[in-house]
Design a protein around this ligand. Structure first.
Ligand code: G3P
Length: 216
């Protein structure tokens, strides 16, 4: 399973890529607003220069014709850009239209296996089931990933599954075990995944012993 960062923060993205573990980025209007960014195009182009893989940018236009036109324009920002379209009634049609034009689409705000099936049938490159937001309403988010993996992992479908709305390292582990292609994680979760108290204690002891024997 690959890891993407779910942020529009340039410094955090640079760090994730420097660690060698992040191969893509997902953004959404909320994440962009959190960074106080008004020029979405510039920031997405900047992110594309930093990360080696796909960068998702979401349509914000309303109405299917406007969504399609905006999606087409976004797709031209950079070869690595993937256009995020919501799993709404208009969204499926927009996604299908964009896919026919050769645009890579990430269908987002997916909360059911049937929505994922429709995203795949519409020709989406990615579908993004939201694990944490389901857990928030006492519904098993990881079970959704398992269902979608069962449904989409047949040769007829090429749609990759991005496990999204990740809240903690267990969501990442469970997404990987369930067979998600990608987990998109907040920076904090990436940091939590790196840490283990036995690693820190072991490294401290190794260095103490080394200093003793080397006299340095
Ligand atoms: O990028 C979409 C998704 O990951 C949002 O997560 O934490 O707002 O539910 P969250």
């Amino acid at each position: 399973m690959r890891l993407f960062l779910d942020t529009a923060n340039i410094d955090l993205i640079k760090q994730g890529v420097a660690w060698g573990v992040v191969s893509g980025v997902t953004t959404n209007p909320t994440l962009v607003a959190q960074e106080g960014i008004s020029d979405y195009e510039s920031v997405i182009k900047k992110i594309c220069e930093i990360v080696p893989g796909e960068v998702s940018a979401e349509v914000t236009a309303e109405g299917k014709d406007n969504m399609f036109e905006q999606g087409l324009a976004i797709s031209k920002w950079h070869p690595n850009v993937v256009v995020k379209v919501p799993c709404t009634v208009d969204g499926y049609e927009v996604a299908a239209h964009l896919a026919k034009e050769g645009v890579k689409v990430n269908m987002t705000l997916c909360f059911s296996p049937n929505q994922a099936l429709l995203a795949a049938l519409a020709g989406a490159y990615f579908v993004s089931p939201f694990v944490g937001r389901l857990d928030d309403i006492s519904t098993d988010g990881i079970a959704l990933i398992e269902d979608i993996v069962d449904i989409l992992h047949i040769p007829e479908f090429n749609t990759q599954i991005i496990s999204a709305s990740i809240r903690h390292p267990m969501h990442v582990l469970q997404s990987a075990k369930a067979g998600a292609d990608v987990a998109t994680v907040p920076f904090k979760v990436l940091q939590q995944m790196m840490k283990h108290p036995l690693t820190d204690a072991g490294q401290t002891k190794f260095m103490e012993d080394w200093h003793k024997v080397s006299g340095k």
